[in-house]
Design a protein around this ligand. Sequence first.
Ligand SMILES: *Cc1c(COP(=O)(O)O)cnc(C)c1O
Length: 569
Amino acid sequence: MKNTDTGTGPEIRALLRENIRNIVPYSTARDDCKVEMDVYLDANENPYESGVNRYPSPHQPELKKMLSVLKNVPEGKIFLGNGSDEPIDLVFRLFCPPGASSMVQIVPTYGMYSVAAAVNDVRVINSPLDEDFRLDAEALLSKVEPDTKVIFLCSPNNPSGNLLDRGEILKILDSFKGITVVDEAYIDFAASDSFTDVLDKYPRLIVLQTLSKAWGMAGLRIGLAIADEHVVDVMSRVKYPYNISVLNQKKAGELLSNPLEAYDRVSRIVSERQKLARELALCPGVEKVWPSDANFLLVGFSDKDRAFGELMRRGIIVRDRSSAYGCKGCLRITVGTAEENAKVLEVLRGSAADIAGTAPTGISDGDGCIDGQSPLSSRTSSCFRSTRETTICVRVDLDGFRPPRVATGLNFFNHMLEQIGYHAGIALDIICFGDTDTDDHHTVEDVAIALGDCLYSALGDKAGIGRYGFSLPMDEAEASVLMDLGGRIDFRWDVPFHGERVGDMSSQMFEHFFKSLTEHLKCNLHVRACGMNDHHVAEGVFKAFARALKMAVKKEEDGGRVPSSKGVL
Ligand SMILES: *Cc1c(COP(=O)(O)O)cnc(C)c1O
């Protein structure tokens, strides 16, 4: 149990129900038994192996570690539940005395909040969004009563699909003294930052996320509450001890370890959403397609029963949300695969063949690419590398730029690797689950190796590239990087740091990073830098490296010749 007398402890404690405050959790036999034993005779389990004869880990440290890297929040701020349903229910159980408290929710919104409130005998106060489903903080706060313990917000909101205004949510966080829940089940489909980045400022904020939607694991029932450590601590004490099964933990770990596929599917769904929204707006009988930041569209029909019936007859089920506040005549349509969406459009255009399943799609909506994905250019490469110390996926596209996606569990390192993507103008994704609780060594080294290999392989035969790169002073710290991708390896480093660490990285790991990268990219790399501020020096080196890389990998307008008098690199 954590010491709740310091930091945010007293603040959270004061909000808890009396009976919850001092609850002593069921102590599981396996509770955080950190060392591996040979013989387990402590839990009355069946000793004969079946793959599931042992109790699962009660606090899921492996999963939390991965999610901490991916969500960029400390493990101690993550609670995992049996779906989001569990943390939703726990919020009431922790903070709302039955029969003597209320919660305020926006309407329309997700139905589970009011169901869980009813189960816990908590009064529900509805605060309507405006006609465009926008949140007005003042209006919501005016609904708060003396016994209101919790405010539920959902952003992007279900069923309206829109993000709530960040400024309005912040106003609520600034003035409401109870718990504010922001349900971000759909955040990965939105171009917006998560509220997890203001948790330190608002310990009474609970952010809900889930593996059910963007991560494609609805069947595993895993939901996240990301919150102040004290909230997580109490949730963990009150939950059922073994709330996530062995099989579900295992499968989630497998799927999370290669997140690039999930990211790709999200991009595909987002681009399908835009296309579907455009096309739906042109369908007869469609009156309004609401803008969406989620993986579904709220669509207003002149005759929603007819549309629902037509879709149903063709074997397509959508959600009738017409009874929800402000959603008269509306169906909620989840974005499916390109084929599924085409089928919806066919039916609504009245052009579908009559029998379900036999309709030839007939329409080619594609841009000449599969599933709406942009065609891959040839200079791409990806690699997946898993050792005892790290699991890494890296992907580069030398000819296409996208904002980089970097998650390594080391904040400063993330920031530096992002500089490479931005300043080299290449698409760069790097996810690394490493032993950062030991130190940063393996993570930094293995990322360098994987990145070097990946860049090398993306370069292919190097035909047409600039080959040389150089870069000169940047910012007030000077950094210069010279590069030759000719194939010989030579590494020089003249970069003095003043301190032992920069952010959460050790200073000596920068040299090690570029040395390993040089060996695997098979290049000449000469780096010099100096300056008063270590942060700026490191940043200058990464930016200068990125600039040099940009120049060296760039294809020149000379018909694809290999840039060497020997004709081969
Ligand atoms: C789908 C959804 C969830 C996720 O629920 P799980 O129990 O995690 O599957 C949470 N909140 C909202 C608003 C949703 O629409």
